[in-house]
Ligand binder design. Sequence first.
Ligand code: PEP
Ligand code: MG
Length: 598
Amino acid sequence: MTFAIHGLTVSRGIAIGRAVLVASSRADVAHYFIEPHEVESEINRVRAGRAAVIDEIHRLQANVAHMGPKETSHELGALLDVHLMLLQDTEISGGVKHWITDRLYNAEWAVTTQLEIIGRHFDDMEDEYLRERKADVEQIAERVLRAMKGTASAIAATAPRAARKTSQQDLLLDDTVDVPLVLIAHDLSPADMLQFKQSVFAGFITDVGGKTSHTAIVARSMDIPAVVGARSASQLVRQDDWVIIDGDAGVMIVDPSPIILAEYGFKQRQGDLERGRLSRLLHTPAVTMDGEKVLLLANIEMPEDANAALKAGALGVGLFRSEFLFMGRQNNLPDEEEQYHAYRRAVEGMQGLPVTIRTVDVGADKPLDNSTRDNSHLNPALGLRAIRWSLADPAMFLTQLRAILRAAAHGKVNLLVPMLAHASEIRQTLAHVQQARAQLDQKGLVYGPVKLGAMIEIPAAALSVKYFLKHFDYLSIGTNDLIQYTLAIDRADESVAHLYDPLHPAVLRLVSETIAESIAQGKEVTVCGEMAGDISLTRLLLGMGLRTFSMHPAQILAVKQEILRADTTRLAPWAKRVCAADDPAQEMTTAARGHRTA
Ligand code: PEP
Ligand code: MG
């Protein structure tokens, strides 16, 4: 039966495919397609993993009699029997084989998919004892996955393959070959998301998350349709259901009828055509109708993203979120050499164009690894995050600064510092940069010049912008956090997402005054939060005087199209009216209807 689930729009477009449910804890297994000739070896890997676990259990059974009091050993023995039984269960092994043979999933993916299905059977059981056996299934699956780690297939070491695309026509005719896949999860951390970045999925849905949560930001950077905050999606959808993600409307349609499928197939083709039209703007300079030049930069998460930035026509990187190099590493943080090479790859990848590297911004909804996520008793967005984290660990901070300074010897680098609010933080930060230079001098290592910039993303910073401008070469407005902190709305919490409003008069005032003050002092100012890539806000930002925008590569051409159609001489007075209005959103639409804008 067809039904729809509503969430928040994250990334535009339509995706049609089969649902793949992924539990966040298992998101770190590799997901890729194998070739038909690899089916046998993947099945053998599962068999070997299972055999290793069975051996392990037999060994344990032999020892169980000597383990503590009689009742305990009896209980343990019974538990091991259940585990053995599950390992020999034909529904489980048959299911895993099906995913490998018929869907060409790699072995780990097949195991986790089948686990998800069996887990749901257990959830539906009346009997509490039986329901609790789900944990046993999970344990044996984890054991098998662990045992398989040693037998990773040769292909697992290579980059995951892209999903083989099919036309809508093929989908309707034959759904067993090369079907696009849509990932559905309760929650995914930004690091999990990064895992999927070059993976097989054609779209994403998560139950939780706000529009500017970091998970959503990474999903957006993948340029595939995505919806977050879809509440119970992962409960309502079953593994392998047909689903449509309408990223424009923030809706997922489950089990669509042929008519709905055909309609969305049409929409999908329209979207492809629109993208084709936009691509003609690739080499067109971003200049407004009245001749104002605008600089369009890219936000990236990994050095390899430089390629996508260049392909999208970005004239530099306005925000390299360096924290993604630090995530999911179980406290084994990258050392100076590793960081230096990563930054250098990004700098060289941009072929002479500037790269703005932001110092690490972990904390809040960007934990270093998933095990540190359980901080629900704290208020992580207000805690030890970004520059506060860096200043709390000077050795780590200096390591990063040295790596960035060294990378600056290979191209134009701007250094950007997140979450500053206090004069003391500014002083300490600048002193650390000096110290990092001195350490490099001492070691005789080559480094280059950097422009120093501060992010304006805390209201206190926006209100002290004159002070910031005394100490920094440029400013970059992080509207995602600026909105979060101005309105006291957790950006990752879907239950307050309706209150997260870039057009709140207070937000507009902080943004416009930061831009105006920077211009007055002849300093560069950028917006690098999600507002910069939102085409409904391009004219407003231009009207405020903004001339540098940094966004995901996928948004650049659509924003450029807005710029080409704009006349800043008319937008400036209009933007003033919008910012001064009690209801700026209303003022924007009224003005547009009355054709008073450019
Ligand atoms: C912002 O806060 O707007 C920003 C660009 O930084 P991040 O989204 O990484 O917090
Ligand atoms: Mg921020």
